[in-house]
Design a protein around this ligand. Structure first.
Ligand code: PLP
Length: 427
């Protein structure tokens, strides 16, 4: 029995399913997840002494790779001064300023401790500001485990929410409208019908929770127009894309500015953090400036803030985005060619350093497209890559994350491993 198998068996005695977040348990692909001992740059090392080229990057935060020395230094320095005070600190002001200067929609920003808290709070604020209850989300969009957003769509262009988890009362999701991603006509129809009841539209401006699905030209622009016409708040959930697809996020890259933006992941440099912000007139309604209550014991945590500040400082100084683009394109092109050579049909979809791989014949533009892809082929591919020392997220619904620590050598080794893995997937 490997050490990972031993630990997984023990973990299941004391932790539900043996993990602290469901996807880590490998349910979609089967097998035992390697227990991680440490990470360095683009690599992970497990407790059995195996090493992997890592494309999970903790699901997004690690744009600089694992244990970047300057980020580690910032964390240690901050921890020595005390981990948390429940009182304001200078670092929070510095981080707020960096965020506001970088992200076009931000005039004011509130730090929280996770992406879930950011989206939950942005929705509460939108509802308070508009005096309406309706929330629009897109099928395949994940915004954390907020009750009102944990819904799946039925068939049809727009379906009222049905809870996708026990424990979420139907009444909580009654006001959640689901639409297919990239379907502006469906959004238009919903607003024509119910525009006066809609408080907000929340959308991932590049979808990163159904593999990677880029917005089609006009989709985000159309949502911007519709929300403006109907007095609803447009929320971009940039928890994945913020400081990832461009320093100023997808909104800077794509030129569409929402009213509110949710952030997380990269802005904490690997420590727990989230943030939401936007128009001053909205943010001034948040307590204690205004009546909309939202708080957190560890919000603005000094260690997380230090890790985030240092990460963003490096991104600002070094501007790694062109290099990330280049190395990620090399990966995407290499994977596409390897699949062709193996005679298997895949779609490689990429925006910056986010990449999605689908075993399907048509480009994927929404959740239905992901659901139609070949899950069994993905499972075979995943395990062949893991055996070859390439660590991918254990689900075709997750993105691949490339970091600045991934160089040509890692990319070429990955493509080499994929040549064999595609042949196995095709069997
Ligand atoms: N929003 C998006 C787009 C995400 O990808 C995630 C997490 O993966 C969240 C929100 C929730 O963030 P957290 O897991 O930090 O609560």
């Amino acid at each position: 029995m490997s050490r990972s198998e031993e630990l997984f068996a023990r973990a299941r005695r004391w932790i539900p399913g043996g993990v602290n977040s469901p996807v880590r348990a490998f349910r979609a692909v089967g097998g035992t997840p390697p227990f991680v001992a440490r990470g360095e740059g683009a690599r992970l090392f497990d407790v059995d002494g195996r090493s992997y080229i890592d494309y999970v990057g903790s699901y997004g935060p690690l744009i600089l790779g694992h244990a970047h020395p300057r980020v580690v230094e910032a964390v240690c320095q901050a921890a020595r001064l005390g981990a948390t005070f429940g009182a304001p600190t200078e670092g929070e002001v510095a981080l707020a300023r960096v965020l506001v200067e970088a992200v076009p929609s931000l005039e004011e920003v509130r730090l929280v401790s996770s992406g879930t808290e950011a989206t939950m709070s942005a929705i509460r604020l939108s509802r308070a500001a508009t005096g309406r209850s309706g929330v629009v989300k897109f099928r395949g969009g994940y915004h954390g485990h907020v009750d009102a957003l944990l819904v799946e769509s039925g068939s049809g262009a727009s379906t009222l929410g049905v809870p996708s988890s026990p424990g979420v009362p139907a009444a909580v999701v009654e006001q959640t409208h689901l639409l297919p991603y990239n379907d502006l006509a469906a959004a238009q129809a919903l607003f024509d019908r119910s525009g006066a009841e809609i408080a907000c539209v929340i959308v991932e401006p590049v979808a990163g929770n159904m593999g990677v699905v880029p917005p089609e030209p006009g989709f985000l622009e159309g949502l911007r127009r519709l929300t403006r016409e109907h007095g609803a708040v447009l929320i971009f959930d940039e928890v994945i894309t913020g400081f990832r697809v461009a320093y100023g996020g997808a909104q800077a890259r794509l030129g569409v500015t929402p009213d509110l933006t949710c952030l997380g992941k990269v802005i904490g440099g690997g420590m727990p953090i989230g943030a939401y912000g936007g128009l001053r007139e909205l943010m001034e309604q948040v307590a204690p400036a205004g009546p909309v209550y939202q708080a957190g014991t560890l919000a603005g945590n000094p260690v997380a803030v230090a890790a985030g500040l240092r990460t963003l400082e490096i991104l600002r100084e070094e501007d790694p985005y062109p290099a990330l683009e280049e190395v990620s394109a090399r990966l995407a092109d290499g994977l596409a060619e390897a699949a062709r050579d193996a005679g298997i049909c895949v779609q490689v979809q990429r925006v910056g350093s986010l990449l999605g791989l689908f075993f399907t014949e048509a480009p994927v533009r929404d959740a239905a497209g992901v659901a139609a892809a070949d899950g069994a082929a993905f499972r075979r591919f995943f395990h062949a890559m893991l055996d070859a020392g390439v660590y991918l997220a254990p689900s075709p619904w997750e993105a691949w994350f490339v970091s600045t620590a991934h160089r040509a050598a890692e990319i070429d080794a990955t493509v080499e491993a994929a040549r064999r893995a595609f042949r196995i997937a095709a069997e």
